[in-house]
Design a protein around this ligand. Structure first.
Ligand code: ADP
Length: 485
């Protein structure tokens, strides 16, 4: 087996804003257990330092004139060696790692993530006192793109893999910022980091990585064309044979309805009737009318256009009248928060809204709801639909990205063959969502068929094992740790 430096801007349970943290918190550990010599590299945010036990100072690095310390700890509940890039721009502020409390990007984001990238580049080219250099440098999303460009020309570099978790976040900065970062001047060109007059951190990864991956096969296809490629479709289709979609897995220990300590009543396929106790408990907790004669619909996620709020908001009243109940958990754009608040205020008994980031409530919603709504405009992989399937909470999803790859629509054929797991619609319109949700609600009233689809959904295997094997093959570790690419 070989050695791997896995670099990300967030990893569960140390710091999380979205799916990237779920991946970075599990995949490296799964690879470690498979025999890879892994180091996870993260920024030492204040929240991270508060959660790790006695990190020790491993090295002092000077990165383009900036002194940083490299700390060593373990990812909680694992034996995964985790290295933290310690600099005041990470450690001296709390809150969201990317945004200030008003939702604006931190003004020094380019400098902060450049430091993370420079640390990764220094380690992976052997320019530290660590006596450890990885065979493979695996970077994730825009925060780490420059690490790939910086190592590209080094004779002592590792092989490189860059994973796109969400192409919409490109890490765009102006020319003055590019100059301030002291990047090699020739990176400012369209064939490198320049993106329509700005500099793009994600392009630094996409242009120079030996291999590009993204988190589902369908998203890999979508980003090679407009509009999914968001202006990068030319570059990505040119690199198509170096681009592969590997579906994310989920942490099947944390997300296991049979043993989830956050649930009122754990349950599994043999005790599916107990799921109803979770529904009752959540109705009580959130002040909804306690009843089981109508389905409870759930939505958990960032309140951003990507997540299909423009599809969902116009149909909430109609759905509730069908009749149904709805619980929404999310944080995000103030405009969406206000519109949801207005809807919920009119419907105290049928709609519950929590504008918080609440991991434990997310688990209770997955267990309590009958249906889970995910009408995303685009979705690189999506994790919530996978949690929903595992909790027997049938997802209503748009046929895009990872949603298309993981949910099988319910129709006469898929019911007959026993492959149906949810409800899928095509068009990005409120009407199409409403129609799919209505099909779902109709089926919910057929207890026997509903149970059949729930059992199929719960039996799906989205554990990391298969995906991890594909990463190992890509790294060249499965067959030959020193492959030729
Ligand atoms: P994305 O990464 O685009 O936000 P994913 O579906 O890939 O979407 O992952 C989102 C993750 O963040 C899931 O684990 C989801 O449960 C979690 N999440 C999102 N918003 C919230 C919230 N308000 N409270 C708790 N968990 C949330």
């Amino acid at each position: 087996m070989g050695s791997l430096l896995f670099v990300a801007s967030e990893a569960y349970p140390l710091i999380k804003t979205g799916g990237l943290a779920d991946v970075a918190g599990v995949l490296p550990e799964v690879l470690r257990r498979a025999g890879v010599d892994v180091r996870l590299l993260l920024p030492a945010y204040a929240q991270v330092l508060a959660r790790v036990k006695q990190p020790r100072v491993l090295a002092e690095l000077e990165l383009a004139g900036v002194p940083v310390r490299l700390l060593e700890t373990r990812l909680p509940q694992t034996s995964l060696v985790t290295w933290l890039v310690d600099h005041p721009s990470f450690s001296v502020r709390g809150g969201n790692p990317y945004q200030d409390p008003a939702g604006a990007p931190w003004p020094d984001n380019a400098d902060r993530f450049m430091l993370l990238s420079r640390a990764a580049a220094a380690i992976s080219t052997g320019r530290t006192t660590l006596h450890w250099q990885p065979d493979v440098l695996h970077c994730n999303d825009w925060h780490t793109g420059p690490a790939i460009a910086l190592t590209h020309r080094s004779a002592t570099r590792s092989r490189t893999v860059f994973t796109i978790h969400n192409l919409a976040h490109m890490g765009l900065f102006d020319r003055a910022t590019f100059d301030r970062l002291q990047l090699p001047a020739d990176l400012w060109q369209p064939a490198a980091m320049e993106y329509y007059g700005q500099c793009s951190f994600i392009k630094a990864g996409l242009v120079y990585a030996d291999h590009i991956t993204t988190v589902s096969p369908t998203y890999a296809e979508e980003i090679c064309h407009a509009p999914g490629g968001m202006g990068l479709e030319g570059l990505l289709s040119e690199r198509r044979e170096r681009l592969v979609g590997i579906l994310n897995g989920i942490d099947v220990d944390t997300w296991n309805p049979a043993s989830d300590p956050l649930l009122k009543q754990p349950y599994d396929a043999d005790s599916l009737q107990d799921k109803a106790l979770n529904k009752r408990a959540l109705q009580r907790e959130l002040g909804l009318r306690e009843c089981d004669d109508r389905p409870l619909l759930g939505f958990v996620g960032r309140l951003a256009e990507q997540k299909g709020l423009e599809l969902l908001l116009p149909v909430i009243d109609t759905l509730l009248d069908s009749p149904a109940q709805l619980v929404v958990l999310g944080t995000g754009e103030p405009g969406y928060e206000r519109r949801l608040q207005a809807l919920a205020a009119n419907r105290p008994q049928t709609m519950a809204l929590s504008l918080t980031y609440n991991e434990s409530l997310a688990h209770r919603i997955e267990a309590a709801a009958d249906l889970f709504l995910m009408p995303s405009l685009f979705e690189p992989c999506g994790l919530n639909q996978l949690y929903s399937l595992r909790y027997g909470t049938l997802p209503v999803v748009r046929r895009v990205g990872g949603l298309a790859d993981t949910v099988v629509d319910t129709d006469a054929d898929t019911l007959r063959t026993g492959s149906a797991t949810g409800f899928v619609f095509e068009q990005p319109t409120p009407e199409a969502l409403l129609q799919a949700a209505r099909r779902a609600i109709d089926l919910w009233h057929d207890t026997q068929l509903w149970r059949q689809v729930q059992l199929t959904a719960m039996a799906q295997d989205f554990s990391w094992q298969q995906s991890a094997a594909r990463y190992l093959a890509l790294y060249g570790f499965a067959t030959d740790a020193r492959g030729d690419n």
